[in-house]
Design a protein around this ligand. Structure first.
Ligand code: IPM
Ligand code: MG
Length: 353
């Protein structure tokens, strides 16, 4: 297969982990005889600094031409505490999602047996937790009408039936391929937009008789995720709730540095770690590249390259088992491995297979 990948490394630790994702992808493609090419493009603060736009037209074009985007992270503290800043790195990410029509954000929350003790939750609660959050990504408050005055401001949480239906379809497809349990998360006791979500879900549920559909208010879901994460198989929710719940979900595993995601929709799909740009760690060779490398596994799986995806996952598992780990998940007394060294080990593992 021929694969052309747009590489958007972005800011902070982005460029360091991006390199390791690219190397892992090259190694797997070499092994399986796929021809892969990469084109780098600017986004985030790096793009603001270079051309004054966090998602330049040229980057959009490179993404459109590619089969997939391997994205890393955007964000820079110089913008964070400046509410007056006219352009922000995050706008680049939002522009990418909107312009590529990436309405479905797939965020798996998977635990690794050897890391269960790193979770802030008790081992017995976390062990075996394995669910997917499907977050709607191009609607809701993120993109609704806004007003930002000095003394008055609002964001609008608007959804159309069509937007709700298409994301629910994605969620049901996932549920059918997994344990056939879908939880629709909303705030239908208070919000009109949530009542639309719930109505549409209730209409669609009978089309999926094999799937058990249940409905949960978002506050309750936030609690249930901590009390009993194994309850969930697939959850689906609107943009803002999904943003919040997936950060919570990432804690369950023990390190944000382990979770990949996929964003799919109308145009080129994007694969990225769920963590941010961690500016404090920039250039220090301490960031965990596994979430980025696992994003490559999701990329292969998207193209039905299951064996390729499996090899990436196997390499990641093997690195953890061999205690080749970045500092935040290293065992007491374990050797020091940086971003590069973990990447080296994984590439070598793939090459030797
Ligand atoms: C995420 C991030 C983004 C979001 C930020 C960086 C705009 O938190 O992907 O979850 O809020 O969607
Ligand atoms: Mg978030």
């Amino acid at each position: 297969m021929k694969l052309h990948i747009a590489v958007l490394a972005g800011d902070g630790i982005g460029p360091e982990i991006s390199v390791q994702g690219v190397r892992a992808m090259e190694a797997v493609c070499r092994k399986f005889g796929h021809e892969v090419t990469f084109t780098e493009a600017l986004c985030g603060a790096a793009a603001i600094d270079a051309v004054g736009d966090p998602f330049p037209a040229e980057t959009l074009e490179i993404c459109r031409q590619a089969d997939a985007v391997l994205f890393s992270a955007v964000g820079d503290p110089k913008f964070d505490n400046n509410p007056a800043a006219k352009v922000r790195p995050e706008q680049g990410l939002l522009a990418m999602r909107k312009q590529l029509g990436l309405f479905a954000n797939i965020r798996p929350v998977q635990t690794f047996d050897c890391l269960v003790h790193k979770s802030p939750l008790k081992d017995e609660l976390v062990s075996g937790a394995d669910f997917v959050c499907i977050r709607e990504l191009t609607g809701g408050m993120y993109f609704g009408e806004k007003k930002e005055g000095d003394d008055y401001a609002y964001d609008t949480n608007a959804y159309s039936r069509a937007e709700v239906e298409r994301i629910l379809r994605v969620a049901y497809d996932y549920a059918m391929r997994r344990r056939c349990h879908l939880t629709v998360v909303d705030k239908a006791n208070v919000l009109a937009s949530s009542r639309l979500w719930r109505r549409v879900a209730q209409e669609m549920a009978p089309q999926y008789p094999d799937v058990t559909t249940d409905y949960m208010y978002v506050d309750n879901a936030a609690m249930r995720m901590i009390q009993d994460p194994r309850f969930f198989d697939v959850m689906v929710t609107e943009n803002t709730f999904g943003d919040i719940l997936t950060d919570e979900g990432s804690c369950i595993t023990g390190s944000m540095g382990l979770l990949p995601s996929a964003s799919t929709g109308e145009s080129t799909p994007v694969f990225e770690p769920i963590h941010g740009s961690w500016p404090q760690a920039k250039g220090q060779n301490i960031a965990n590249p596994l979430a980025q490398i696992l994003s490559v596994a999701m990329l292969f799986e998207y193209f039905n390259l299951a064996e390729e995806g499996r090899l990436v996952r196997e390499a990641v598992d093997a690195s953890l088992a061999a205690n080749v780990r970045t500092p935040e998940i290293q065992v007491a007394g374990g050797a020091h491995y940086g971003t590069r060294e973990v990447g080296d080990w994984i590439v070598e593992y793939i090459n030797k297979k």
